[in-house]
Ligand binder design. Structure first.
Ligand code: GGG
Length: 355
């Protein structure tokens, strides 16, 4: 029987609560489709940092490399500065495994009230393609004292031609594959003098290689307004690391709750394991209460199965999520206006998967 080796990193806060129900869903779908998982759990988190001074052990990347995929909950918790936890775990994994695509669907699901009046499932359905290994996420720079004694910092963003072209190409190929021939690019090339005009130039050049695809380019500020005012106009949106991160929180916000949003950190060449995690973070405000919504984690599991070559199993999970959301008497966690617990919602999805 085909067995996928999964490295499971629940991480911090609600990550520890939403990963187990997602593993139950994975077991249920594997039983249905005749494959299996072996889970290796790595308890690397802010707690580890407090105890050892590291978010993961020195050989952490080598250990993860032994797996077919990485399944991550959330990273970051009060007590450890966010930039320390992110640069100690999530970002090193993305970079070591060249997971240069962060793919984040934005979709209005049934049963979730949309804050935008009159929008139905199907009206909002697009993909944010976020560059995931360079750009504004950088440790280049430093703190200085100027001659007049003022304190200053410099933060350098890095955009390479290779890094920019490969994410743009992925976006154009995705639009082609999905038969959604429309790609939108987000920059801020009036204010950011070097990197954003560079991105614009390469976007225009890449668009020339895909004449069947309609393109548009927005400055990030007006694009955020368009996301809220007319999200139905988008198909594939490609953006730098920072802008993609912001857009992929805004998109799910527009569809009612960020708690359901999944993401895939992909190495498209499959030379290294890819990593799957919900868009949401560790939510310290509700951590430990057992009321976190597990759907973002479970949908991330569906994206993982797609990537592992089990698209039918992935589609079964997504369809089970929709079935549960559509049922008026189905469990709902408090973020969706209900009073159910994480485990109940997970069990409801497992039951549908087993049917
Ligand atoms: N599950 C996602 C998570 O833990 N996110 C923490 C975070 O701040 N991520 C920033 C990023 O995705 O770059």
């Amino acid at each position: 029987m085909k067995t996928f080796r999964l490295a499971v990193l629940p991480g911090d806060g609600i990550g520890k609560e939403v990963v187990p129900p997602a593993q139950d869903v994975l077991q249920a779908v594997a039983a249905r489709y005749g494959f299996a998982f072996s889970f290796a759990e790595f308890d690397w988190s802010c707690e580890t940092f407090k105890a050892t001074g590291r978010m993961m052990p020195e050989d952490g990347i080598e250990r993860l490399a032994q797996h077919d995929a990485i399944f991550l909950g959330a990273v970051g918790f009060p007590g450890v500065p966010d930039h320390v936890s992110l640069w100690g775990l999530l970002i090193p994994i993305r970079r070591a495994f060249d997971q240069y695509v962060n793919l984040r669907p934005v979709r209005l699901l049934p049963g979730i009230p949309c804050p935008l009046a009159g929008k139905q499932p199907g009206d909002i359905d697009f993909w944010v393609v976020r560059e995931n290994t360079e750009g504004e996420y950088s440790q280049l720079g430093g703190r200085f004292t100027l001659p007049d004694g003022d304190e200053a910092v410099m933060q350098t963003a890095v955009f390479t031609a290779k890094g920019t072209d490969r994410i743009l190409r992925f976006a154009f190929d995705l639009a082609t594959r999905l038969d959604r021939p429309h790609v939108t690019s987000a920059t801020k090339s009036n204010g950011i003098y070097h990197s954003m005009p560079f991105w614009d130039e390469r976007f225009a050049r890449m668009a020339g290689a895909y004449p069947a695809i309609r393109t548009d380019q927005y400055h990030i500020d007006i694009l955020t307004a368009r996301f809220v005012m007319s999200p139905e106009r988008f198909d594939v949106v490609v953006a730098s690391n920072l802008f993609g991160d912001i857009l992929s929180d805004l998109g799910p916000g527009v569809t009612g709750t960020i708690a359901v949003a999944p993401s895939a950190n992909i190495n498209p060449e499959r030379r290294h394991p890819s990593m799957f995690e919900p868009v949401h973070g560790s939510a310290p405000d509700i951590a430990g209460q057992g009321i976190a919504n597990p759907i973002g984690q479970i949908w991330s599991a569906a994206m993982m199965l797609d990537h592992l070559g089990e698209p039918e199993a992935g589609a079964t999970i997504l369809s089970a999520i929709e079935t549960v959301l559509q049922a008026p008497d189905a469990p709902r966690t408090p973020d969706m206006g209900g009073r159910s617990r994480t485990a109940e919602m997970g069990r409801a999805i497992v039951e549908v998967v087993r049917r």
